[in-house]
Design a protein. Structure first.
Length: 433
């Protein structure tokens, strides 16, 4: 039987690969305007980084990571031998932990230096149950800003994400921006206890998952999809009522910057994001038109403790990740997916086989001049070469016939207007450009 791709993964065929490149470039262009520069980190990291950074109790770390072992170490593990934690790796389930690790390891945060602003794009891996908009390998673009806790960083980050989605073509009326503050290590513990007490008081109405999680992460119950749990959580204490003065003031300032920028948002006091590292601002961008349950196209927030958790110096941070595949679904649902504009600039056609070597040479020179050029590689007739040129979306066809070649020329046909004119071979690149 033919081998197929792993479940939950997708092949990006050329048209989609082109759109992914456009999406990434457009994102980086937007992010650059806010001072973010590209960074690349490994797609696998030591498992400990994710355990310490994201949190052992999160779904992402406890259930959804793909682990990576060298063949030798896998053999050891199977034989029941110990494999050192330094040799245990995982495919990255998200981008933040690796970027923060890279910033620490490369000493990018200097005393008194401006915040470090970096942007990334690439595949992430989660062993989730595949469904529409939920894959095991998916792509994200994201940013991280380390070294400043000012609310302007949070606000400009949220604005930047919204601007990017708008520039991509997702209609404003289809998007909903949810914001919340999750407090900090000073005010969140008391709030956690209050939520825990609430869940314990209603334990008989809640699902096994929520009951089990109550000790380690009671706030996850806000995300539970069970109707009964949702009912219990509807009357749970809300973090807004528990924020300390600093967190409240920080949150209010973020909101006032969003107001000043004319960004519409909804405050959602039940928005608690799935990764443990968030403090203060969290946000999520949802598409209201989503036909599946996977309506979040991006999200992020502040993580002032993450750097310390992975062993670096205390450094405040803020970041977000936007989901490429869900953005495509949102564009498709809005009928706003841009057309794929692929086409070759020039097709070099021959009237007689004798001219093939010359066609090869002309094509090469035009490619060297920067044009996208194709020619027939299958001995087609002139008529069939024109059909191929059409199929390839050629803007021009250069016809090399015996008379033209004798004069050092080609007949250049504009495939849109059907105009034809004689052009010296040496001038083809300039005329087609
Ligand atoms: P998260 O890192 O979970 O905050 O995810 C950020 C964004 O990545 C989400 O809003 C989604 O758009 C996207 N995303 C997360 N998980 C998946 C997945 N399994 N498949 C496709 N997109 C995803």
């Amino acid at each position: 039987m033919a081998i197929t791709r792993p479940e939950g993964t997708f092949d990006m065929l050329p048209a989609e690969a082109r759109f992914w490149a456009r999406y990434r470039d457009a994102a980086f262009q937007t992010f650059e305007r806010y001072g973010y520069q590209a960074i690349e980190t490994p797609v696998f990291e030591k498992t400990d980084l994710f355990v310490r950074g994201i949190g052992e109790a999160t779904d992402v770390v406890s259930k959804e990571m793909f682990h990576v072992l060298s063949g030798g170490n896998l053999g050891k593990l199977v034989a029941g031998e110990r494999v050192d934690s330094r040799s245990r790796f995982s495919l990255r389930p998200e981008g933040t932990a690796g970027v923060v690790r890279a910033i620490a390891q490369n000493g990018l945060i200097e005393q008194g230096a401006p915040p470090v602003k970096v942007a990334y794009a690439g595949p992430m891996f989660r062993a989730e149950r595949p469904q529409h908009g939920r894959q095991r390998q998916f792509n994200q673009v994201g940013i991280e800003c380390l070294g400043a806790d000012d609310p302007t960083i949070d606000a400009e980050g949220i604005i930047m994400a919204m601007r990017f989605f708008l520039s991509l073509g997702i209609p404003a009326q289809n998007m909903k921006l949810l914001v919340n503050s999750m407090g900090c290590e000073a005010c969140r513990p008391a709030y956690r206890e209050a939520v825990k007490a609430h869940i314990e008081a209603h334990a008989q109405d809640m699902c096994d998952d929520c009951r089990r999680r109550v000790e380690i992460n009671p706030l996850r119950a806000f995300d539970c999809k069970e109707e009964a749990c949702q009912q219990v959580m509807a009357s749970a204490p809300l973090i807004v009522d528990w924020l300390d003065d600093e967190c409240r003031s920080h949150y209010e300032q973020v909101l006032s910057y969003l107001d000043a920028a004319g960004i519409a948002y909804e405050q959602d006091a039940t928005l608690v994001r799935g990764l443990d590292y968030y403090t203060r601002t969290v946000f999520e961008i949802q598409v209201s038109t989503a036909t599946s349950g996977q309506n979040a196209i991006g999200g992020g927030g502040r993580y002032d403790k993450l750097m310390e958790q992975i062993g670096g110096k205390p450094t405040p941070g803020f970041g977000f990740a936007l989901g490429y595949e869900r953005s495509v679904i949102a564009l498709q649902e809005a009928g706003a997916m841009p057309e794929d504009a692929w086409g070759v600039d020039l097709f070099v056609a021959v009237v007689e086989d004798a001219a093939r070597a010359q066609a090869f040479d002309v094509a090469q020179k035009c490619r060297d001049a920067g044009l996208r050029v194709e020619l027939d590689h299958q001995g087609r007739s002139l008529k069939s070469q024109f059909k191929l040129a059409d199929k390839l979306g050629a803007a021009y066809v250069a016809i090399l016939g015996p008379d033209e070649l004798a004069a050092g020329q080609a007949t250049l046909r504009n495939m849109e207007t059907h105009e034809e004119r004689a052009v010296p071979l040496s001038e083809l690149p300039a005329v087609v450009q």
